[in-house]
Design a protein around this ligand. Sequence first.
Ligand SMILES: [Fe+2]
Ligand SMILES: [Fe+2]
Length: 305
Amino acid sequence: MGVMIPMPGRIMMGPEKDSAMNEFRLTQISDTHLARRLSRLTANFEHLSDYIDTTRPDLVVNTGDMTFDAPTSPDDLEFARSLHEALPVPFRCLPGNHDIGDNPTQAGPPPSHPVNEKDRQTYIATFGDDRWRFEAAGWCFIGLNSLVMNSGLVSEAEQFDWLASELASTRGKPVALFLHKPVFLNTPEDPELEASAIRYVPPSPRRRLLEMLRSVELRLVASGHVHQRRDYTYRGVRHVWAPSAGFIISDKRQERIALKETGLVEYRFTPDSVEIRHVRVPGMVDIDLDELLKTPAHAEEKAGG
Ligand SMILES: [Fe+2]
Ligand SMILES: [Fe+2]
């Protein structure tokens, strides 16, 4: 059974791992978009679960959009949780816009379902804390809720205060940051454009976040949301966009920035280094969102990433 790890703390490793205490294997999954009524996505998750059963990482992290769309289908939360709890290893989650609603932007129209405290609390009751920090193999791992950024909610300010205190205690360890939305497209100075504003952390909290991170040894930023697999290095920081483990979005609906395929990302952390593998999961299908939306119940839904 998968064990949800809701509270910050060190990941415990069994005595059999004594010889590998300086290694931490993490598998990032993202954008599983589970819903009881969408059995093809459940099938993709089952392939993912089988693969994780054979590889047995120390931890699975889902970087958000566990649900197909919780704001309009609350049952998706319980369904997604039950599948995650059946994973054969411990897991942690972070919220996506389809789990708790989206953040407002300057350039784009207001989100159809803005993030709010009620949905955030429902999320926490279902998937555990929406932000976390733990240490393993000489690294400091930090997970953030990227949807409260630019929301003006109390929890946005609380999260930045919390982050400041967590960063103050990294003691020079390399830091790996996980969050749903990529922090930016190519550079921190990228302008917020109407067509892509929902895709990245909005400029104001982005500046604040990057300024805070300058005080630590940031090595990795791992995100999801875009449903495209990407891996690049900007000023010494590796930026990894995990693909969706559920579906891809056609070029008609979304510009192609990188690789459109389903799958996951494997990390092997050792003190002062990380190996990253981009993995296609045996049996997993590149379902196109358009095919999912042909289901009558989804005829009115739009692609949101
Ligand atoms: Fe998303
Ligand atoms: Fe998504």
